[in-house]
Ligand binder design. Structure first.
Ligand code: ASP
Length: 327
């Protein structure tokens, strides 16, 4: 009886809170990768845009990096469902259940889906000291240095890991590269710029400025076709054009809340997202970095969940076929 009263009181508190949401308490968006990287950039730009559209909304971004994003994601799966703990995750939300057989969260059961944010192409980039200047030169260099190069990624299940795996699977090189995991591609980028690692795949939200300033060399984009509309990235071929059959990789991002977050709160957050994604300043910032902001249809929670469910199936088939797991 006493326990039931406690549960009822907790439910009443949540209802009262939902009516006053967001109140004065900050809304924390967990980014499951290091600060300064591409997912972090999307989260920070989104937080600025949503703060404008959610009256009283005071957002903070928290970086909980490690294990390909799974540490940050499990933190939010277990967080208080009061709308003040959110997760901004990318394709890893669908890749990690296939790669980690002992995952501590279930994407489709442990989260409320708030909507998708954007689609971001990736670029294949190398350290500035590499002698190659074109993708073909780079492939020749890799063959001539088989087994000597290393490739950075942001942990098993991260976008950079998936991209590097797909690329190396088609690369006609005798020996695999040594993989070096980081807590995100921000620290990996520092290592690349400094010449400690040789190559990496990363989202254009992190690589555009580095390519433009010549701090890294770009060789190709991961979309099926080149990015013809982008002022800088249009100069790079797609991996598919360079002979990588069917190579077409775009990284999507979505926003999540812990399961059980009251509908009044998820609706308020979804409304704020829809408005934020129409903010010309947000759109301009994202487009300058090669990202494409999604339309209303994909900001819809049901569509978002359906999309992630389909991606989970698609990635599971590919991972099971490869037989390579993270654990
Ligand atoms: N780009 C990273 C990845 O490979 C994540 C990040 O640091 O944002 O998944």
């Amino acid at each position: 009886m006493k326990r039931m009263l406690v549960i009822a009181a907790a439910a009443l508190t949540l209802v009262a809170h939902a009516q006053n949401f967001p109140g004065s308490k900050p809304i924390s968006i967990v980014v499951p990768f290091a600060a300064g990287g591409p997912t972090d950039k999307v989260a920070r730009d989104l937080a600025v845009a949503m703060a404008k559209t959610l009256p009283g909304g005071n957002f903070v971004v928290e970086n909980v990096a490690g294990a390909g994003g799974t540490i940050g994601a499990s933190k939010i799966a277990r967080a208080n469902p009061d709308g003040h703990s959110l997760l901004l995750f990318h394709i890893g939300m669908a890749a990690t259940p296939a790669l980690y057989r002992k995952l501590s969260y279930k994407p489709l059961e442990d989260f409320e889906f708030l909507g998708m944010v954007n689609d971001v192409p990736m670029t294949l980039i190398g350290k500035p000291q590499l002698p190659a200047n074109t993708y073909r030169d780079f492939e020749n260099y890799i063959r001539a240095n088989a087994g000597k190069l290393n490739i950075a990624h942001a942990g098993l299940g991260s976008a950079s890991h998936i991209c590097g795996m797909l690329w190396q699977a088609q690369l006609q090189s005798k020996e695999a590269m040594t993989t070096i995991p980081f807590g995100g591609t921000a620290p990996a980028m520092n290592a690349l710029v400094g010449g400690q690692v040789d190559v990496m795949c990363d989202q254009t939200t992190n690589t555009t400025a580095q390519i433009e300033s010549g701090r890294v060399k770009a060789f190709a984009v991961t979309t099926a076709k080149p990015l013809a509309d982008h002022k800088l990235l249009k100069y790079y071929p797609s991996l598919q054009e360079m002979g990588m059959k069917g190579f077409d990789l775009t990284i999507w991002h979505g926003l999540y809340a812990p399961k059980g977050t009251p509908a009044a709160i998820t609706t308020a957050l979804n409304d704020a997202m829809k408005k934020a994604l129409k903010d010309p300043e947000f759109i301009k910032k994202q487009e300058a970095l090669g990202a494409l902001v999604v339309t209303d249809k994909r900001v819809d929670p049901a569509e978002h969940k359906k999309f992630v469910a389909a991606e989970i199936q698609k990635i599971k088939v590919a991972v099971d076929a490869s037989g390579k797991y993270a654990d």
